[in-house]
Write a new protein. Structure first.
Length: 535
């Protein structure tokens, strides 16, 4: 794309921007046009950067680029104040996409599969704040403003209803807010550091929580981070009056006239590419739905790394990923080892690595896991996990659904650093095979419980000694009934005593298998009595 046409192109985009409720909309090119208008020197800076890219005169200071991220949650309502786990799910999605191990990578057309490349770019929530204190990489700011807009930088400044950026020389700043006229926008390299970063609508951030169904895999952030690295839209934001003249300056992406919306079928052609493999609508820099976005090309990756080298090389020396002080109790769900990308069976045993980053030795913890929007399972680990040690855990089998799945896990511990207790991964199931997979959750009744007792019915298909646990939302076991003789379909009474009102998880453990279900406990104010509710 020729920079001299940017004014015309962006003026057209201002008129034709799609609203959030209908199709994907990105404000990055509009932002760059606005910045060119306000900062004439930026034009010259980009020209010099293009020349440097061609000459390749410098060397990147780090092979694998590790970028500390700070997520600024700016909210007006409680709904907009998204949770820590939703934030981490976005970081997980970014890392999958940039490592080329996301679930949809399996759908890349055969002729383009050789293009699939690990960018060697990774992201993590910052562990250190600019004032050299420990951080979870998330800030929260309540604002009186009900919404923000593309050509509106208020979200980036304390004095205007937002929050100031952390130093752009050390961090990627992401502001999550009620962005009214786009899903997101990014600042291209070279802008003023106090405005550097990306802004995202809270309904298109991460892959857990209350998200727009078209944009629930974290790909809006992947797209905008591509802009932050200086990628253009795959069509080059071509001038509609002269299609097929200007492109995205990437050699290995086909010429494309306009953006692609929705989830089209392959191959798709247009006036610029009317044959062969068609246009590359599954590229992250198009406008398709999240499930249709799949990969960056090698030339796109080379461009991103080159512009990082030219403008953001200082991040290689950032201490943002390093804790200031070691914590006593700090378990980290370091990685989900399996499944990755896809599995050929619907029923599988998740495998994860848990690391002890703290100073204390750990003897037990629990992992809560299952697909997003499914009743969570609980797995109890016991042993000895010394400081700076890791353990690989294989959990009892669960089942996904044929097609795209998102598995999430978290350590059910309240330790000194809860942000690193959660991970998620996306994968595809290729076959409908449930061999060895028990998919039933315990039946609890009555639920909600308005007395002091309830019944739980086992769904295990074998006779065995059963352990029943009631666990609060802090992951603490408040009631345990060990080694109950169980036959399939047996029903057991559980007395809650004087436990406080609230939400609990009832866990049934049968050998190495564990099943859980949510219990809402709302007892009356009367004296404690043992009720025979299971007769």
């Amino acid at each position: 794309m020729k920079l001299k046409l940017l004014f015309v192109i962006c003026a057209s985009l201002l008129i034709n921007t799609h609203v959030f409720s209908q199709e994907r909309s990105c404000g990055s090119t509009i932002q760059q046009w606005n910045y060119l208008r306000q900062q004439p020197r930026y034009f010259e800076l980009l020209k010099k950067a293009m020349q440097a890219q061609q000459k390749k005169t410098t060397i990147l200071s780090c092979d694998t680029i590790k970028i500390p991220v700070v997520v600024h949650v700016v909210y007006n309502t409680n709904e907009q104040n998204i949770g820590d786990e939703q934030v981490q799910s976005q970081i997980d999605a970014l890392n999958e996409d940039f490592a080329a191990i996301n679930a949809t990578i399996t759908d890349v057309p055969v002729n383009w599969k050789p293009f699939i490349t690990d960018s060697k770019i990774r992201f993590s929530l910052a562990n250190r704040a600019p004032d050299n204190t420990n951080s979870n990489g998330i800030t929260r700011t309540q604002t009186s403003l009900t919404s923000f807009y593309i050509l509106d930088s208020r979200v980036k400044f304390d004095t205007a209803g937002g929050i100031n950026a952390w130093p752009a020389s050390s961090y990627l700043n992401i502001w999550v807010c009620n962005l009214n006229d786009a899903l997101g926008y990014a600042q291209f390299p070279g802008v003023q550091p106090e405005e550097d970063g990306i802004v995202i609508n809270y309904k298109a951030f991460g892959r857990s929580g209350d998200l727009n169904k078209k944009y629930n895999l974290g790909r809006t952030v992947t797209h905008e981070v591509g802009h932050w690295f200086r990628l253009f839209h795959i069509s080059g934001d071509d001038d509609p009056s002269t299609p097929c003249v200007y492109d995205d300056e990437i050699n290995d992406t086909p010429l494309q006239a306009i953006q692609t919306f929705g989830s089209p079928k392959y191959p798709k052609y247009d006036v610029c590419t009317a044959g062969g493999d068609g246009i590359m609508f599954m590229n992250y820099m198009d406008y398709t739905d999240d499930k249709a976005m799949m990969f960056f090309t090698p030339d796109q990756i080379d461009t991103m790394r080159t512009y990082f080298e030219l403008f953001r090389d200082s991040i290689c020396f950032s201490q943002g990923n390093q804790l200031v002080n070691r914590l006593n109790h700090d378990l980290q769900l370091e990685a989900i080892v399996s499944p990755i990308t896809q599995t050929d069976q619907r029923c599988f045993s998740p495998i994860a690595i848990v690391r002890n980053n703290g100073l204390d030795t750990i003897s037990s913890f629990q992992i809560i896991y299952n697909m997003v929007d499914r009743t969570k399972r609980l797995y109890q680990w016991k042993g000895t996990l010394a400081s700076d040690s890791s353990v690989t855990i294989t959990m009892p089998p669960i089942s996904g659904s044929e097609g795209l799945n998102v598995l999430e896990m978290r350590i059910a511990e309240t330790d000194d650093n809860t942000t690193n207790n959660y991970r998620s991964c996306s994968f595809k199931v290729e076959k409908e095979n449930t061999t060895g997979c028990e998919d039933c959750d315990p039946l609890i009744y009555p639920n909600p419980v308005t007395t002091h007792s309830f019944c739980v019915k086992s769904c295990f298909i074998t006779s065995d000694l059963l352990t029943i646990r009631v666990i609060n939302m802090l992951g603490q076991t408040v009631i345990e009934i060990p080694e109950v003789k169980s036959n399939p379909g047996d029903i057991f009474p559980v007395n809650m005593g004087y436990q406080t009102k609230g939400v609990y998880v009832v866990q049934l453990i049968n050998g190495d298998q564990s099943r859980g279900a949510k219990l809402i406990y709302l007892p009356g104010e009367g004296a404690f009595e043992i009720e025979s509710v299971c007769d």
